[in-house]
Each structure stands twice: as C-alpha cells, then as structure tokens.
Design a protein around this ligand. Structure first.
Ligand code: B12
Length: 211
C-alpha cells in the first residue's frame, strides 16, 4: 500500500491516493508515515515537472490532492492541539519569494500538537515581518520553510534583520523545506535545519531547554 500511495501521488491519481490512505489508516499506519509517503510522491511530481512531463497545473493538482489527504488525517484527530500551550512561541512562515506552504502547515500542526504556540505568518513573508511578529508576540523561536532556491537571499536578510535589531542572541532560527541544506543553513546563519517536520519539534524543545 505504501508503494501505491507514492505512485498514485506521483501520477496525480486522486482516487488512488484516497484509497491508499484509507487502507493504511485502517491498517493502523501512523499519520506522519502517510505524510512522508506523500512527500515522496511530491518528489516524483517535482521531477516530472522539471522534465516537462507536467506543467504548473500538475503542481497545483498535487497540492489539491494533498489537501484532501490532510482533511482525512485531520478527521482522525491526530493533529489536534489538545495540550495546553505552554512550552514556548514559534513564529512560522515562508520567506519572501516563496509561496509553498504545505510543509509549513505540517510543521505548524506538529508544533501545536506538541504544546507550542504557533504564530503562522503565511507565505511570502518579508524579513522585517518575521522580526515584527517576534517582537509583538515576545516569541523566542522562528521557523522558516523554504522550497525555492530563489528565496535564499531573503532567508539571509531575515537573519540579518534580527542581528541589526540586536535580537539574534535571544531568538533561535530554524530552517526547513526541500531547498535547505547544511550549506544553506551556514550561509544564512541559522541555528538548525532539517527536511523532517518532526525535527521542528525536536529543535523547539532543545531551544527551550537551553534558555
Ligand atoms: C506542490 C508544489 C507547488 C504548489 C505549492 C502549493 C502550496 N500550497 O504549497 C504550487 C503550484 C503553488 C507551486 C508553485 C511553484 N513551484 Co512548486 N512545487 C511543488 C512540489 C511538487 C511539492 C512541494 C511540497 O509541498 N512538498 C511536500 C512537503 C510536505 O515537503 P516540504 O515542504 O519539503 O516539507 C517537509 C520538510 O521539508 C519539513 N519542513 C518543511 N518546512 C519546515 C520548516 C522547519 C523549520 C523544519 C524543521 C522542517 C520543515 O517538513 C515537511 C514534512 O516532512 C515541489 C516538488 C518537491 N520535490 O518538493 C515543487 C517545487 C518546490 N516547485 C518549484 C517551482 C519552480 C515552482 C514555481 C516557480 C513554478 C512556476 N513556474 O510558477 C512556483 C513557485 C512560486 C513561488 N514563488 O514560490 C521547484 C523549485 C525549484 C527550486 N530549486 O527553486 C520544485 C522543487 C519543483 C521542481 N523540481 O522543479 N509549487
């Protein structure tokens, strides 16, 4: 069924995706495993887009199909922010120039589920937008999700914005999304990076403990 889900996502076969997700849930699969298999399916979509087998419409359809998957997973209650929010505040967003928000949405849900308050600024967030939100909400952490290489400069600018405001020492910045890597993280000057949503929770807990 795992294979079927990845393939159906890659083929933009909505019915196949829903069937596979339903079957996996009945079999007791973890929602995060399902999310990760969808991500593998997105990789296929991305490659086909690069090879010009798919066009922009293909990317849009894959987004639509995945929203359906999240609706199904949401109905299971697995992402309910049931715990009292007391661990800390995380400002989350996609940087200027980037409108991808699927991974960011997952990260936001996981953080909330794990007891963090999430201030989600959405996509295409200006560097100063992150700073303003941190100041307004007295938040100690920032999570930035990036899928597009064009946004590297705005990531760097965001970190510089905190440096200029003399807040860099107080605010931890983590990066994630398909376009990040160790090199990007070093260039930007982030505190942590990952392409795994659950690491956002791990990092946030680590940041709070170190405070
Ligand atoms: C769906 C999609 C779209 C949808 C997005 C819909 C939406 N609401 O997000 C739409 C149609 C809008 C879109 C638009 C475009 N896209 Co697009 N898109 C994709 C696609 C197929 C999937 C992205 C996705 O959601 N993946 C699934 C999620 C779950 O993965 P993820 O974001 O990496 O998140 C996971 C982890 O990284 C981690 N994570 C995420 N955030 C964070 C944050 C923190 C702090 C941490 C710790 C972890 C973490 O957790 C998640 C779960 O594990 C990718 C292909 C790919 N391989 O990714 C291309 C892709 C990203 N797109 C691409 C391109 C080129 C575009 C367009 C420029 C196309 C165009 N001609 O207009 C525009 C960009 C517009 C812009 N300025 O941003 C390229 C980017 C290439 C590059 N190197 O820059 C890709 C890679 C496709 C390709 N191979 O060419 N796209």
């Amino acid at each position: 069924m795992e294979e079927k889900l990845v393939q159906a996502m890659g083929d933009l076969d909505e019915e196949g995706v829903v069937e596979a997700v339903d079957a996996m849930l009945v079999a007791g699969a973890e929602p995060l495993v399902i999310v990760d298999l969808c991500r593998a399916g997105f990789e296929i979509v991305g490659k086909r887009y690069q090879n010009r087998e798919y066009f922009l419409s293909g990317l849009i359809i894959s987004d639509d199909i995945f929203k359906g998957v999240m609706d199904i997973l949401d109905r299971t209650g697995c992402f309910d922010p049931t715990q009292e929010k007391k661990l800390g505040k995380v400002v989350l967003g996609a940087p200027l120039g980037d409108v991808h928000d699927i991974g960011k949405g997952i990260v936001g849900k996981l953080l909330q589920y794990s007891g963090f308050e999430v201030i989600d600024l959405g996509v295409n967030v200006r560097p100063a937008g992150f700073l303003d939100a941190v100041v307004e909400n007295d938040a100690g952490m920032v999570g930035i999700s990036t899928l597009i290489t064009m946004a590297y400069e705005s990531l760097r600018e965001t970190v510089l914005e905190f440096e200029r405001a003399m807040l860099r020492g107080k605010v931890k910045i983590m990066l994630g999304g398909g376009a990040v890597s160790q090199r990007v993280s070093e260039y930007v000057g982030a505190d942590a990076w990952s392409r795994d949503a659950s690491d956002a929770v791990k990092f946030a807990k680590m940041f709070v403990e170190k405070e």
